[in-house]
Design a protein around this ligand. Sequence first.
Ligand SMILES: Cc1ncc(COP(=O)(O)O)c(C=O)c1O
Length: 360
Amino acid sequence: MKTYLFSPGPVMVEEPVRQSLLHYDICHRSPEFEEMFAGVQEKILRLFEADDSYYAVVVSGSGTSANETCLSTVFRDGDEALLINNGEFGNRLQEILEKYNVPTHVVAPGWANTVDLNEVEALLKAHPKITYICMVFHETSTGMINPAHAVGELAAKYGKRFFVDCVSAAAGEHIDVVKNHIDLCTSVGGKCLGAYPGSAYVCGKEDLMAALSPEMGKNVYLNLAKHYQMAKKCHQTPNTPNVTLFWALDAALDWTLDREGLDGRIARYQTCAKILRDGMKEMGLRFLLPEEQMSNTVTSVFLPEGRDVTAFVADMANSGYTVYAGKGKYFDMNMFQVANMGAIYPDDCKKFLEVLRSHI
Ligand SMILES: Cc1ncc(COP(=O)(O)O)c(C=O)c1O
């Protein structure tokens, strides 16, 4: 039985991405690695629609490792952060900021609620020591897109840096770091880009990265200054990276940027999401969010009254389809999440709907 991942990472990969894992063995301290890494860095900038004032590095780890690399390095003593938190991954950023003792002003409208920009602006006015606004682009736990452009405008207006967790957004949404005034952002291979988990990356303004010193980092491995300086010096990483996964990241970037095209990929994701959403509406299922707030790749859906989400997820898995149970309070409300990330096409979505119909 062919199995399908309709989960928000890991995702189904295209065949050239899978085949890339069979590359012959190379050392990460070699010209061959350096050449490949330099190419990957350039492609990551294209993924974020960055200009040449940005620089990219790759961290061997999951999405949290890239977020922690940034947030454990960029704050100096006395700096404060403003965090917009409206879901599980906002919570995760808060946990990181707390762990590294960064005084943080939190705007927390609650899960699945939109942020009040007046509240953000009032905090910026009241707390001049805030140096960074931090936010999740696509809050995966609800499927909501946060207002990157509006928050970026506020960051620019008040002379603040803007950090955005784009872990579940890059390659699924236009990140447009320049237009959205994003100074520093992160993502991973194993979600909308269609590579494997274990490769994370950071894209940020080069002046920002160049001004960091390794001593500012409070973490030995996840140190943005060390990553930047090593990459800049010789297109290598400070520690031994997951070399094999770099080939897969490279192949997925080629597929996304050149074979499918970023616009084409995003359009496919929108088409797939529409098929899924129209089909689920026809079945009478209710969504967590109004459709205009939803991302291109995640839909949060309530099961019919009385249908238990744990049993439903198991039944779907037995039919070959992986979906997620809702997180936090949504689990108790029998909500599930269906994602259309990676190598999922319209026909797959139609088949998914047939299976779903038989299990609700
Ligand atoms: C928006 C967002 N941020 C951070 C993470 C954490 O990533 P990881 O589980 O790869 O560490 C996730 C994972 O799904 C996510 O969706």
